[in-house]
Design a binder for this molecule. Structure first.
Ligand SMILES: [Zn+2]
Length: 203
């Protein structure tokens, strides 16, 4: 067996191992067209019950990834027990990569996962505005923060994760972006958000 063929199989296995656990994230909500109650991508999402339901659903979708990860991991380990195949090694390494990217939190205080339960609670609490920012507060989750539509006050400076809506940038580019960011926002978690200026509406 040539070295090139071995490397090709290793990379192929690696890609499968990384891709299979992310199948639910790519297809589950989008393929089933579960768009009810949500504004189309990439519009800001009002902070309301459908948003909270969608965040809970996305948590389950992320959870499904762990179940699907068993397939390439199991197959890889099974083959490796019999013979040292490079494809099987790639599968195991790909799943390990997936696991590490999920386990390492973006912010330790926020909790684990792409959409931690603490974030769901935080956004849910914003539905009852304690101290109104203006006469007619209307909170919506924009790309980089939860802000009031009218006075632009920032209520939560957390970038919006992927909410599983049908992508406006097309299936292929959208899927590529989701895979790169793993469903997180492409923007870093910041303590404060610049108030001025509009940013491009991308998740
Ligand atoms: Zn306001």
């Amino acid at each position: 067996m040539s070295m090139t063929a071995d490397i090709f199989r290793l990379v192929l296995g690696l890609l499968f191992g990384m891709l299979v656990p992310r199948i639910p994230l790519l297809f589950f909500t989008r393929f089933l067209n579960l768009e009810r109650g949500l504004h189309p991508h990439p519009d800001p999402t009002p902070v309301d019950v459908p948003l909270i339901q969608r965040m809970r659903l996305m948590r389950r979708v992320h959870g499904m990834g762990w179940i699907l990860a068993i397939l390439p991991l199991g197959l890889g380990l099974f083959v490796l027990r019999v013979s040292p195949q490079s494809f099987a090694f790639g599968l195991v390494a790909g799943v390990a990569w997936f696991a590490i990217s999920r386990i390492v939190p973006q912010d330790v205080e926020m909790g684990l996962g792409i959409i931690p339960m603490s974030l769901v609670r935080e956004v849910n609490n914003l539905r009852q505005i304690q101290s109104p920012c203006c006469d007619r507060p209307f909170l919506q989750w924009e790309v980089r923060a939860v802000r009031c539509r009218f006075c632009r006050a920032v209520h939560l400076s957390t970038p919006r994760p992927d909410l599983g809506r049908l992508r406006s940038d097309g299936w292929l580019i959208g899927a590529f972006r989701i895979l790169l960011a793993d469903g997180r926002s492409i923007f870093p978690l910041t303590e404060s958000v610049e108030l001025g200026g509009e940013v491009g509406e991308e998740e």
